[in-house]
Write a protein that binds this ligand. Sequence first.
Ligand code: FAD
Length: 676
Amino acid sequence: RRTPFGSTHPKRDLTSNGNDFSGKSFDYIVVGGGLAGLTVASRLSEDPSVSVAVIEAGSSGYEANEKFVIPAANLYDSSVGTQYDWQWKTVPQAGLNGREAPWPRGKVLGGSSAINGLYYVRASKREHDSWAAMVDAPEIWGWDNMLRAMKKSEIFTPPTSDVLDVVDIPYDASSHGSQGNIHVSWPGKTYPAVQAFVDSAANMGTPKSQNPNNGESWGTFVATSIINPSNWTRSFSRTGYLDPYTYRPNLHVLTGHQVTKVLFDTSDAASGNVVATGVQYAASASDSVKTVSASREVILSGGAINSPALLQLSGIADAGLLAGLDIDVVVDLPGVGYHVQDHLSTGVTWSPNDNNMAPARLTGDAETDSYVNSAISYVNLTTLFGNYSQTLISNVRDNMSSAVNGLSAPSSVKAGYNATYSAQVNDIFNSPIGPIELLFAMSFGSVQVQAALQHPLSRGSILIGSSNPFDSPRIDPGYLSNPTDMEILRAGFKLARQVGNAAPLSNHVSTETSPGSSVSTDAEWDTWIRNTVGTEYHPSCSCSMLPRELGGVVDKNLKVYGTKNLRVIDSSVPPISLSAHLMAATWGIAEIGAEMILAEKNGQTYQGSGGSTSSGSSSSSSKPSSTSTTSSPGATSSGSGSASSGASSTASPVLQAPFGSILALAVVGVGAICFA
Ligand SMILES: Cc1cc2nc3c(=O)[nH]c(=O)nc-3n(C[C@H](O)[C@H](O)[C@H](O)COP(=O)(O)OP(=O)(O)OC[C@H]3O[C@@H](n4cnc5c(N)ncnc54)[C@H](O)[C@@H]3O)c2cc1C
């Protein structure tokens, strides 16, 4: 097979030679070959009439394949801390007694889905509907369309009978997809202590969930994992969305090169129609900068840290920030990098009183090594606080404006904080949704019940500190800056301890080793929490989908405000943190984003699950140009309710469109790192 680059190449065009893209033009450029980026690129390239280029900063990962495909999730023999991890750190956090918290992110094809803890957990209908209401787009971002999109990406397999002999796992196969790209199942090995956790958490007030994947995501259950049960390997965006398409000549992937800037035609900027024309990229700070063009769109899928940073480097951010860094303003968009929310967690740890534990090292037996610490419990406010929960909610409501005023952010962002606080208080806290997740873990010979804050009221930011794209951005999640977060998290750890000490789990543990008996008063818990907690690896909201006047970065069509053809499609776009692990929603976002793009290309209006598609007002050739009649900033898209062709369709109004188409209990000193 001849490649567009002229050489004989047996496979899809996968190169690490920057010259192969230099000076070329593609219809679509996807920045970042991570979870969302590969999903989008794969779906777009199902249309043979378009050319798609992916630029990934990390390597392909094929050179160390076992590292990615052998999960070993409970041992966390993963790539965190290696060359496959960006190895970000927060700035010192006052809420963590001045500590800097590590923020790993995947830097390899597959992105963080290549290095993460495998939990596949959906958020609730209520959270997705709340998000959709904020952008008045229930048909696109509400539960029905998100569920359809999440199912589209999925190949579900029930648990094995061996596993069901040990642990009760109710499931409803109709809540899952069967013809998608990512295997979703349960590991081949489990242990009686897992069932004991489920029973103890239920005994302590959080009943077992019968079907957490169907919009009622609260309760106690053994979560699914991204695991291929035919060989017990990790199923992630590279194996699901790239590897199978070896001979797709319109899909081109460049690895080992970081996109340093998006390039624009600003001739029509006054009418809000800045046009992305391509990107610059380089292998390192000392490499020569190269350019590649996009004739239709540039799509940012760099993840929750890199996407806002790249927008800022490219001149789309708060004008005040850019002025201080000597970066020309392309679009004054104050929300870029604000609204940051993250899950914060650690665990109460015991020595085991059980010989039948997950092994403390890899055994070499794939089925045994597939065990994932995925028993979890989403606990609501009433279970945590009893009657006091209503007082807590009233307090948050009463203190909302002073909390917002106390935050440092541009004024439109503060207006957005009011909106997202209201959503949290009215839609989430006052519901069965869990603001705390408990996670059961057996790793390295210890037993742990972790607690993780799911709906933080603290707000943070990710802002570049220099115009050098190879410098780390300033990551400030503002951990525990809102005192209610500490109140909820403290209650979560107290409950974690109670669950471990409640029968039947109490039969599987002996001495509590951390925090131990010296911690029992609120003040002692708070000190321990500040000295111990870290990220649960779910930062989001840094390119929030909100109205522009609320500090939004993308509109309901994932388009960056002020631009005609620049989208962000990744985990940075949810406007509120979700009570779930982030992958499931991110695959949903990516599937919907690809549908939107193909719809717009075909001149139709994307209507999600809200109805059938209709012809849009744009011409069928919607290549950006200053005369095109397609979208204006913040306006509805001229795209269309699309569908992707391909193997993974799931029946829905959208798909009838005419053109169819760990926990690594790496216990370090007193600390523990939870991988989830
Ligand atoms: C250690 C860890 C454990 C986790 N555990 C779980 C879990 O068990 N379950 C779960 O649901 N979620 C988990 N997560 C979170 C989940 O993996 C992420 O939320 C998800 O992968 C985000 O997808 P994304 O597409 O937004 O970003 P990513 O998957 O991180 O992909 C972004 C990609 O873009 C590339 N990139 C960035 N900037 C540039 C640039 N300028 N130029 C070129 N390339 C660029 C990156 O190298 C990366 O490959 C975990 C995350 C981590 C780090």
